[in-house]
Design a protein around this ligand. Structure first.
Ligand code: SAH
Ligand code: F3S
Length: 440
């Protein structure tokens, strides 16, 4: 077997694509290695969402070039969003790259690698196709490609194109296959996953899809991400409430708390509408955990606008907040808007926002103290390998001593004993032995 090393940047779609690539290349006699220096083929799966992400890739490609200088037979490929957006620039700035292909070409990765080997010259590819994935205890399943929205800061519609939902049949077949291989949790993925199925004939939606995934034996948990608040319907809220396997966790990017900024971002909702949505969600699903994405330093963002964002973080009470400094992306309307915000201001707002978000999240976490929660066991704890680690339905990490009474893949009842800043500690709930392991 030849050795494949995968380097993955960016979102879960990229993680998913990397898994697919590993699966597909197995058929071409490539096995995975953790070691760059051992690899015969290195594929860098790239992200173009912010400039920082792109810089990381270019610096990595620089390092790989040095590696390749010592081992000319090494093949280096670049895939993912940068491959789609900057084919030419990659070739120019990163000599030594043998293969550049966008995500639509993943199905052909085996052939592409064979061609590079055979022809011994660099290859640039753009083709379309959609293949199937590989499996784990927890898997991501892409249910739709692209995005129909035109948020003025975002490069995704440029790199990933228009919305294309996959058919429910193909998704269900994929999930059944995953379940048969031991998968217990699926995350349904799309850039605006709440829009799933609206482009299909016959028309369908995410709630209907989740109902059908619910019926698949072996799957215990269903998650979905990312949702745009604009299209988040009551029907979807009811689906979260009523479909037992759907976890009480929603990632709902707000981006900004200021209506003026939201409008310039073209997000399609106001802070009032967002708060109404949260109220409806909490009313239906009181346990729901919320997380969000926020951008600081969008062009024209004033101190008042920024304070409106701080205010929203305190009002909503998120379990987790992801903060991004606005980064101008080629081909997007916001990149050429006047009043770009200086880097120092972005940095300062970034840390102020993180501070408020951390305080609000700590407050939210306290509700979990002493509670008994279901934990899906992922594997040994990172810090102490004698302990096990898993996640709650609300997606929090829990570490606990198992004493041989729980194994990877089990769902166990854990009583939370300590609420720490980034994780929870717990103990197997003192229930009768046979009810401790709720599954198997
Ligand atoms: N589909 C999702 C977003 C996908 S991109 C949605 O509807 O919100 C993931 C996150 O990256 C976004 O939520 C946004 O917060 C951030 N992001 C996207 N483009 C950005 C840019 N140009 N600068 C800074 N952050 C950006
Ligand atoms: Fe980007 Fe907005 Fe779509 S953030 S992915 S254009 S919903």
């Amino acid at each position: 077997m030849a050795k494949l090393h995968l380097i993955t940047y960016g979102c879960q779609m990229n993680e998913y694509d990397s898994e697919r690539v590993a699966g597909l290349l197995k058929a071409h006699a490539y096995e995975l290695t953790d070691s760059e220096t051992e690899a015969d083929l290195i594929l860098v799966n790239t992200c173009a969402i912010r400039e920082k992400a792109e810089e990381k890739v270019f610096s990595k490609l620089g390092q790989l070039r040095a590696l390749k200088a010592r081992r000319p037979e090494l093949i280096v490929g670049v895939m993912g969003c940068m491959a789609q957006l900057h084919q030419g620039e990659i070739q120019r700035r990163a000599a030594g790259v043998d293969l550049v292909f966008g995500s639509p070409a993943i199905a052909k990765v085996g052939e592409l690698v064979e061609r590079v080997k055979r022809e011994g010259r660099p290859l640039l590819v753009k083709i379309t196709a959609t293949p199937a994935g590989t499996s784990h205890l927890k898997s991501y399943v892409t249910v739709m490609e692209g995005c129909e929205k035109r948020c003025t800061f975002c490069v995704v519609p440029v790199t990933r194109g228009r919305q294309r939902s996959h058919s429910p049949e193909s998704i269900l077949a994929e999930v059944r296959g995953l379940a048969a291989e031991g998968c217990r949790e699926v995350t349904l993925l799309g850039q605006t996953v709440e829009m799933y199925g609206r482009d299909l004939a016959p028309l369908t939606d995410l709630a209907a899809l989740m109902e059908r995934v619910e019926a698949i034996e072996g799957i215990e948990r269903i998650r979905f991400t990312t949702s745009n608040p604009f299209n988040f319907t009551s029907r979807l809220i009811h689906a979260i409430r009523d479909i037992p396997k759907v976890c009480e966790y929603v990632h709902l990017p707000l981006q900004s708390g200021s209506n003026r900024v939201l409008e310039r971002m073209n997000r399609g909702y106001t802070r009032q509408r967002y708060l109404e949505l949260i109220a409806e969600l909490r009313e239906a699903v009181p346990e729901v955990a919320l997380s969000t994405d926020l951008i600081v330093g969008f062009p024209g963002e004033t101190e008042d606008d920024f304070e409106a964002t701080l205010d929203m973080v305190e009002r909503v009470g998120y379990d987790n907040v992801f903060v991004f400094r606005y980064s101008p992306r080629p081909g997007t309307p916001a990149a050429t808007m006047p009043e770009q915000i200086p880097l120092e201001v972005k940095a300062q707002r970034n840390s102020r926002l993180l501070e408020v978000a951390a305080r609000a999240a700590a407050e939210r976490s306290r509700r979990l103290q002493d509670r008994v929660v279901d934990v899906l066991v992922d594997g040994p704890s990172r810090k102490n390998t004698r302990e096990l680690q898993g996640r709650t339905r609300c997606n929090r990490v829990v570490n606990f001593e198992a004493d041989g009474r729980a194994a990877v893949g089990d769902i166990v009842a854990i009583q939370i004993t300590d609420v720490l800043p980034h994780s929870l500690r717990g103990a197997l709930a003192s229930l009768p032995e046979e009810t401790v392991c709720l599954s198997r």
